[in-house]
Each structure stands twice: as structure tokens, then as C-alpha cells.
Design a protein around this ligand. Structure first.
Ligand code: AMP
Length: 396
């Protein structure tokens, strides 16, 4: 079965065509600057990656380019659209409506729309992508796979904020958590790897990318996660501040003569390790290079990031009353041994012993703790597209 995975942003659309039997990627690509001028990148598995300028006033045109490329006589990977059996859409917010992936119906679209209030930048874009695909492929079944769904198993003590309860009832203000597809995929992959049923495990997954979150997964279910009502909460990230004292918002607004939007812009786009390094970079490659060259702010940013990850891991050990495995994933988690070793240095009290040689490996599945380490530490590359393809196939 061929499953087309679609991940829509407000002005972008990422796609992958996956053969679900072999779980191989047949082709992938990206439409950027939709509604501006339009740039299209297409990479067939056995061909050459090409980028070209294409007019894309809306997501409808973007989808047309995707489908035309996939079926192109020269660079295409399928003969006709008949060979696309299903489409899986990444949807950011499922609110309290969705605790798992679902086939898309009119009612489902309505519920996704109702969650737009909670994710105003993402859900409307996801809906535009769904509608564009429905227009181009009216008879193909489609699924919605939600970033929030995996965390719907959190108990009230983990998801309620200590604000008047009526605001939870009236506005559904609560912790939702994000990166759920990644946390779920990685924890399942770990259970397979360990040949141990997921329902007998206590795992902490550290998804450390430009956006970053830590999740406590007990017996295969999310019981606590670091992101909150929005993806701004929790860890300090690439450019996001993570959890801070909310009173800073008013104070900063007054001092800098900014409105709320202006302050939130700073907290979303100029903070995190970018802010800590005094605007140097949000990318750990740059930060490590600068730190090696003696830049103290870069060093401080790296250390603060690792300290925060360790702090959340510590919290989640308490939440689960123990931990068997800690997993690192996403761009930083998979590729930066220096972050993993610094995080684990804070966790020696758990009996963690890192295997320094194994910890040098990047971007591959591996155990990086020593055989006598009381808690196992792993690197498991995430694969959200494959997870969406699997969920879609399961639904069909
Ligand atoms: P993601 O959001 O998961 O794509 O992660 C992106 C981030 O991962 C980048 O901003 C970098 O900080 C980090 N990253 C990715 N690859 C590497 C690498 N090879 N070395 C160091 N950092 C990396």
C-alpha cells in the first residue's frame, strides 16, 4: 500500500510517499513560500533532488505539483494517482476530541476546526492541506494523526493547571503536550528493540530538536510531558523560552513598551539557546563551535539546555517512581554526543553509566550506556512520517 504523508504549515507543505509494505520512502519533498512566490523541492528515492520556482498562490497548486511530480514520466515513482491508496495528514492539535488517529470525515474536520482556537497557526493550515488533497483525490481515504493525541492518557493531576477550575471547563485551558507521534513511535521502537512488552516499562523520551520536549511513558502510555497548553512551555528550546515566570510577560511589556503579541514574539522567536547565547545561534553545531573557541555565552547556553533536560528527567523519575530507560531522539538527541553526556552527568545518582565510545555514534539506533548501567540510555532516531503511515494503514 502506498501512503502519501502530508505535513502542512501556513506557507509550506512537506510530503513523503511511503510504501507501507517495505516501509521505504519512494519520494519526498517540500513546497515552500506558498502564497508568496512558491518553491518546490522533489527528491525521488532513486533519483536526483531538484528544486525549482513554481507559482503556488494556494495549497491547491502545491498539491498539484506534488501529484504531478510523483506521476511524472521521467522522475515519478508511480504510474498514476490510482497507486496512492491513502493519505495521512499530520494535525497539530486534537484538543480533547482525539486521543488517537482517525479517518477524516466531515465531523472530524469540524472538530479539527474547533481546535483552531488552541493552535491558530497550525490547525487552519492543516485543514487547508486536507481540503486541497480531498479536491485532488476525492476517492482516497485520509487520516488525521494528532501531535497531542498520545498525551491524552495523562491524568488530571498532570494536565490541570492550578488556575480556577472554571477556566478549564469554559476554555479547556490545560496541558496538552506535543510531539506525541514522535514520543509514541520512539517508545514503541524501544519496546520492540528490547523485546519487552510496552506495558511493563518506565521510559523517559527526550525529543530534542529545534522544538524540544521530555515525556514520561509508563506502560506504553504518556503520563506527563514538558510542553503545555502550547508548545512554548517546558524546556528552553532553539528559540522558545520554555516555562518561565508568567509575571515576566507584563514586566517586559512595560519596560520595552510592547503589546502582548510583541512579548510573545520574543519568547517564541528570540529566546531559548538563541537568547541565552546573546543572539549567536539556535543551532547546536554553531554553539559547540563557538564554545570550543572560548565563547562563554555559547557555553552557558549549552549547559543551561542540558541542565533543563536533566531537570525534567528528574521530575519524571519521581512521577513514575523509577525509570528503566532514557531515550534521546530528534536533531540534537540523535546527533550531539556532547548534549547526551552532559545530561547524563546530572543523572549519575540513578546509576547511569555512559559508554563513551558508543555515545560518539550519531543518527543511528544504539544503546549508549554500559552493560552495568542501572538505567539504560538509548538513541533512537524518530520517524514521524513512518509513524503516521503506520497509523493510517492500521485505520484502514
Ligand atoms: P530537528 O528540529 O529535530 O530537525 O532538530 C534540529 C536541530 O538539531 C538543529 O537546530 C541543530 O541544533 C541540531 N542538529 C541537527 N543535526 C546536527 C548535527 N549533526 N550536529 C549538531 N547539531 C545538530
Amino acid at each position: 500500500m502506498n501512503v502519501l504523508i502530508i505535513n502542512c504549515g501556513s506557507s509550506s507543505l512537506k510530503f513523503q510517499l511511503i510504501d507501507s509494505k517495505t516501509e521505504s520512502v519512494l519520494a519526498k519533498g517540500l513546497c515552500e513560500r506558498i502564497g508568496i512566490d512558491g518553491q518546490f523541492t522533489y527528491a525521488p528515492a532513486n533519483g536526483i533532488k531538484e528544486t525549482s520556482q513554481k507559482p503556488m498562490p494556494t495549497h491547491d497548486e502545491a498539491i498539484q505539483y506534488v501529484l504531478a511530480s510523483l506521476t511524472d514520466k521521467k522522475n515519478g515513482v508511480i504510474e498514476s494517482l490510482e497507486e496512492i491508496d491513502a493519505v495521512g495528514h499530520r494535525v497539530v492539535h486534537g484538543g480533547e476530541y482525539f486521543s488517537k488517529a482517525t479517518l477524516i470525515t466531515d465531523e472530524v474536520m469540524e472538530a479539527i476546526d474547533k481546535c483552531s482556537d488552541l493552535a491558530p497557526l497550525h490547525n487552519p493550515a492543516n485543514l487547508i492541506g486536507i481540503r486541497a488533497c480531498q479536491k485532488a483525490m476525492p476517492n482516497v481515504p485520509m487520516s488525521a494523526v494528532f501531535d497531542t493525541a498520545f498525551h491524552q492518557t495523562m491524568p488530571p493531576k498532570a494536565y490541570l493547571y492550578a488556575i480556577p477550575y472554571k477556566y478549564y471547563e469554559k476554555y479547556k485551558i490545560r496541558k496538552y503536550g506535543f510531539h506525541g507521534t514522535s514520543h509514541s513511535y520512539v517508545s514503541q521502537r524501544l519496546a520492540e528493540y528490547m523485546q519487552r512488552p510496552a506495558d511493563k516499562t518506565k521510559t523517559i523520551v527526550c525529543h530534542l530538536g529545534n522544538g524540544a520536549s521530555v515525556t514520561a511513558i509508563e506502560n506504553g502510555r504518556s503520563v506527563a510531558t514538558s510542553m503545555g497548553f502550547t508548545p512554548l512551555a517546558g524546556l528552553a528550546m532553539g528559540t522558545r523560552c520554555g516555562s518561565i515566570d508568567v509575571a515576566i510577560v507584563e514586566y517586559l511589556a512595560n519596560k520595552e513598551n510592547l503589546d502582548l503579541e510583541g512579548v510573545l514574539d520574543i519568547l517564541n522567536k528570540e529566546s531559548g539557546v538563541l537568547g541565552l547565547s546573546d543572539g549567536l545561534s539556535s543551532d547546536f553545531r554553531d554553539l559547540f563551535e563557538a564554545s570550543k573557541a572560548g565563547n562563554k555565552k555559547a557555553e552557558q547556553a549549552i549547559e543551561a539546555f542540558c541542565y533543563n533536560v536533566a531537570r525534567y528527567v528528574g521530575q519524571y523519575v519521581a512521577v513514575m517512581n523509577g525509570v528503566d530507560s532514557i531515550v534521546f531522539t530528534a536533531g540534537i538527541g540523535e546527533n550531539v554526543p556532547g548534549v547526551r553526556s552532559r545530561v547524563c552527568a546530572y543523572l549519575e545518582y540513578l546509576g547511569i553509566n555512559l559508554n563513551i565510545t558508543e555515545n560518539r555514534r550519531r543518527g543511528e539506533e544504539c544503546l549508549i550506556s554500559t552493560p552495568d548501567s542501572k538505567v539504560k540510555v538509548w538513541v533512537i532516531p524518530t520517524n514521524e512520517e513512518l509513524a503516521i503511515a503506520r497509523e493510517t494503514v492500521a485505520l484502514l
